[in-house]
Design a binder for this molecule. Sequence first.
Ligand SMILES: [Zn+2]
Ligand SMILES: [Zn+2]
Length: 370
Amino acid sequence: MGERIVEGTWNCTSCGARGILARHKSCPSCGNPREETGSESEFDFGEASASGGLLRESVEDRGALDVAAAGADWFCAYCGAANRGDQPRCRTCSATREERPQPAAAPLPLAAPPPSRWRSRLLFGCVAPLAAVVCGVCAYAFWAGRTQDYTGTVVKRSWSRTVRRETFTRVPKQGWRGELHTARAVMPLDGHGESAGLENVRDCRRMQRGTRQVPDGTERVCVTRSRSVACGTEQRCHVQKLRNGFAKEVCENVTKYCSQPYQDCSDRTRYRTLPVYDDSCTFDTWEWRPADQRTLTGAEDTPRWPELAGGALDRVLQEETYAVDLEYRRKGERRSVTLHPRGLAEFESWTLGKTASLVVNNRNELKGVH
Ligand SMILES: [Zn+2]
Ligand SMILES: [Zn+2]
């Protein structure tokens, strides 16, 4: 623990003298008193030390220490001169510390500051283009979603009918013995009521099904960590400016901490990988397998199903699709849309030449038919 006073220096702005000791309230070269304005109110204390204190030597002069202990300087409101904190009157013009010159007319309120250049740059440089893009996207979405009514005429019709025949077929498969629960297969009757079943489990062979981890002793695992340990003392200093050109430096010895590496070790269970075996068997089951397929297409003729006879273990699946093209004029341009009727009755209601009211948006998407 140590306490000492360090003296700062100031520069005279009247004659340019530099490094004037703080104990001088007036410039020793030109006699001008130190004032609050300019850089005369700032003191230089030199470089700081690694401990946070000052490198400059302590003041031993009694007079200077007396000035340091006088408290913060005050500046005369009349002549601007710096005065010792313990002096009630100005040393140059004798005005008291409390005296103030008669205040001039009240200053006009400051006008609002103009917007900063940064703000306007932000506004025009990035907010404005972003807003323009967002507005453009919104406007396009609005335009594209707008719909209009047009009169459409049926100009083309087409149909397609497909018959697929599937056969209930015996298929051999592989499975793990423990998961195979036998069940008798049931054959379909008119394409319904079948059951796949699981029959004739055979040809079982020992095979590796997977692996498992088994404990196999322990192993020592170490990691390097670090901890903070006391390693002697170091000096920590604190500098307090006394606002009169002097500074008080207080230093104390504090415990110093250092980072120390150490090994953190523990025993961990070690594991070994073992194969797991099971019986893999072949078995029979039944599945619907595609056997045959026929398609008929047409336009103005009556839709028909293609002929496809099914056997005892077969089922027959039917699919039908219909399309109707309507043409309309938009701004003198010929355009068309395609409807997909869901069944024969709806398809047959769309005869060639029939007209309908079409609701179409600006992207040429059909939104409704009346
Ligand atoms: Zn001077
Ligand atoms: Zn004065």
